[in-house]
Design a binder for this molecule. Sequence first.
Ligand SMILES: O=C(O)C(=O)C[C@]1(C(=O)O)C=C[C@@H](O)C=C1
Length: 362
Amino acid sequence: MKSLDDCRVAIDKLDSQMLDLLNERMRVVHRVGEIKKESGGAIYRPEREKAIIDRLEAQSKEKGGLLNKSAIAAIFLEIFAVSRNLEKPELIAYLGPEGTFTHQAAESRFGAMSDYLSLGSINAVFKTLEAKRAKFGVVPIENSKDGIVGETLDLLAKSSVKIVAELYMPIHMSFVTKAKKLSDIKRIYSKDKGFGQCREFLSEHGLVNVELIPVDSTAKAAILASQDESAAAICSHIAAKLYSVPTMFENIEDEHDSSTRFVILSDFKNAISGDDKTSILVKLEDAKEAGSLVHFLKDFDDENINLSKIESRPSKGNAGFGYWFYIDFYGHVDEAHIQKVLAKHDAEVTWLGSYVKGEDEV
Ligand SMILES: O=C(O)C(=O)C[C@]1(C(=O)O)C=C[C@@H](O)C=C1
């Protein structure tokens, strides 16, 4: 049986081997970067990253390894993020401020080494990408409890920016304060939705008569709580850490299964991964005629294309009332059966992106 010292000697040796291997990997990645520079190819290739993680998961299973898929993904997503940064450092704009759930989502995909740009609105993220001031944008698109983020859909409808990836993140709220005890708290800051999601917690802890002050973001709430010892904030774990406000309670949301879907925006088309989703916008030409949507959807059904979401939005044009539809379906725009359906509706459909299906989709 190995002693603790023996184990640490073995760990040190393995860590050194891993570092040598990682450096060797980075030399190959550097060459990939040169090849892509010559060809103008996209640096971020989510379908290739997915294929690597799937292959390693199968290898780990086969060999009885202790690492499961999420552990492998957590380690390798960071390696990919470092690799991409080495190939070409690219700026990632997100709906800020720092410490929002969107910031957390961006970091989970682009890692600790990337350069981030925190922006004040979803519109600013789109504008920054359109002006090519950043390569990627990260914005929320829907929450499992609150539904769709209308602003993101409306901007996708108007913009040339495309969806290149999606990710689902569980949303947990923390109650953070510099106060020593609950009775010292005179005011609580959060986003209006933050209060809405934690009603039971507030009443169970006798906090209903404390002043609840809605602010623009949960990160802003953390900043305000960091400056006032008789205040608390309902915010994300990362905001509390970032602004050094001690956490009094974690996971205080009424329902623990809430998650938000985020999209990563950019300006390129992914290759087919075999497990993709596509988002489109549909403006039916004869939208006033009953059954036009049914006919449209029947074409999808005929090709066995399954929808994962359909959302109607009022069109804000000046041609009176009208609707357009935002649709997500399984498959990639370059697959033949999908091309066949979309070709029939060429004039009515705007393609918003095809991307690897998010891991935590329920
Ligand atoms: O294979 C590529 O295209 C690479 O750029 C290499 C690599 C990797 O680290 O394995 C890095 C970034 C891409 O998103 C996918 C994979």
